[in-house]
Design a protein around this ligand. Sequence first.
Ligand SMILES: [Ca+2]
Ligand SMILES: [Ca+2]
Ligand SMILES: [Ca+2]
Ligand SMILES: [Ca+2]
Length: 487
Amino acid sequence: MILKPLLTWGALFVVLGAVLMVGRFDHAEGQTFDPVFDFQVTPLEPETPSDTKVNLDIPEGQVNFRATINYVPAEWGIVRGDAIPVGAPVGELLSEAVLGLINAACNQKLPVGFDMLNATIDRSKTVSFEDLDGEDQTGEREPNTRDFAEDKDQNGLADAIDSYPDFLDRVVDAQPIRRSAGITLVAGTPVLLQFLVYEPGTLIDEDIPNDEELGFPLVTYLQNAGDPDIVPAPGVITDFCSPLVVENTTLGVSTDNPDTEADESGVTLTVNPTDGSYTFRSFGFGQFDADGDSYENGLDTCALEPNVGNPRIPLDGDLDSDGLDQACDPNDDPNAGGTNSDEDLDGYLNRQDNCPLDPNGEPADEENPVEGETNQADEDKDGLGDICDPNPDTDDGEILSLTNEFVIDIGTGGGSPGAPPSEEACPDCWRPGEGGEDGGEDPPSEEGDDDGGSSALPFIIAAAVIGVAVVGGGLLFMRSRSGGGSA
Ligand SMILES: [Ca+2]
Ligand SMILES: [Ca+2]
Ligand SMILES: [Ca+2]
Ligand SMILES: [Ca+2]
């Protein structure tokens, strides 16, 4: 279970904890990133399957999270994904996200839930996130069905469950130990949430610690965020902001799974280690806020000037309601033709545009883009598009980081870690030296194998964020959302 929750958190942010919680955060004046976490493991008996519940709460007014990664202690008993029936229920995630839709204030609360299923870790059988085949499982042309959300073999499991989404390898090129996935329709758009657990020491991103001592990295993926091949596109979700509430439950034992050979006692998913004290860690990063006005660049259409109003409140500091705050709106008078929902006419609404005053939309001719047609390119991933970013290679805004440590006492506790569950207690648990489905190829964290390099982190983050946003509506747009406003 831990797995799940962790993963979940990873994506959304975070992680675990439990009894002890040590939080540390950095913030500049005006900017705050200090989410509240709660973490529970039940029961706490050694070498016993346990459920995990994680709650995450980012209060209104704080910047949203950019990325998070969680670590499960290396002694924890994590059953290998290939020892669990594909499609077995492993947990659920419930959340309430706040989105801004179609250039309006960021104040639309949208509940979103995912039923998480065990998903294949066989990387040789892949499925695309895109709609490559242009048809659905019945063979009829239905170009709006993305491949991952189809069920081509009609076995009752979406293809993202029984095939491996190919973009995962472009984000983190390593064999996971376990994967879970859930698909939810949001505004008619299938949204994919995944939690992946990798071997201790796996390099997830150059900016994220990958010390083996930290334990199993848990990574959350929302849609295909993080995919370096992703192409931004205008969408209906134009903002994703705090408050954010997430509740993730991971099961220790899966029942009611599709494998008819599994008996009623269910399939074990996660097993507590022996008596001892174990530390779960999560690293979180808030989004950048270049002007320090407490509105992160992605939410701030005047990202380089302190706003007059609050982008969460309709019309506040924005008399003409075009999404541009008076601080940088060239004309904020609705009676003088000031209302321009796409001020620079580049196809991206102001609130989704990472340079709302400078055209940087999709090239009319992909082969021959004219100057400025960068399609929201943002090299440093700080939410300011390259063409309006005063420092296009360097993040603009304070780095807001948060480290949480949660110490869980299993059995008698005792202050130090014990040992992994015995073979008897968990015959299918992953053990050091074992690989995943493909037998241990892909040694973790090799230098130079940097497909998951520093570019991945912002994406994972954005993904998470976006993911949340996605929940709200048209995920597709999330990516663009990673951009934000600027002046
Ligand atoms: Ca601002
Ligand atoms: Ca305005
Ligand atoms: Ca623009
Ligand atoms: Ca930038």
